[in-house]
Design a protein around this ligand. Structure first.
Ligand SMILES: [Zn+2]
Length: 72
């Protein structure tokens, strides 16, 4: 892993504070990668297998999938 990768614990912490970013997540079940908004009012399902990847909790998203990258 390169040192300048954006997929880090720090970025996940930033999502919790400021969720108005797009994030790239990977489905833990089928490894499909897709981009979703960090702040969403609707549940996000995997486009391939339908597994729930994120669900709204009080205006923020609780992401269940692996976050690969935060898109500024
Ligand atoms: Zn999937």
């Amino acid at each position: 892993m390169p040192k300048n990768t954006k997929a880090s614990v720090v970025d996940i912490a930033k999502i919790k504070e400021s969720t108005s970013k797009f994030i790239k997540i990977r489905c833990p079940k089928c490894k499909n990668e897709q981009i979703t908004f960090g702040k969403t009012a609707t549940k996000v399902d995997c486009l391939v297998c339908g597994k729930p990847l994120a669900e709204p909790t009080g205006g923020k998203s609780r992401v269940k999938a692996r976050i690969l990258e935060v898109l500024e």
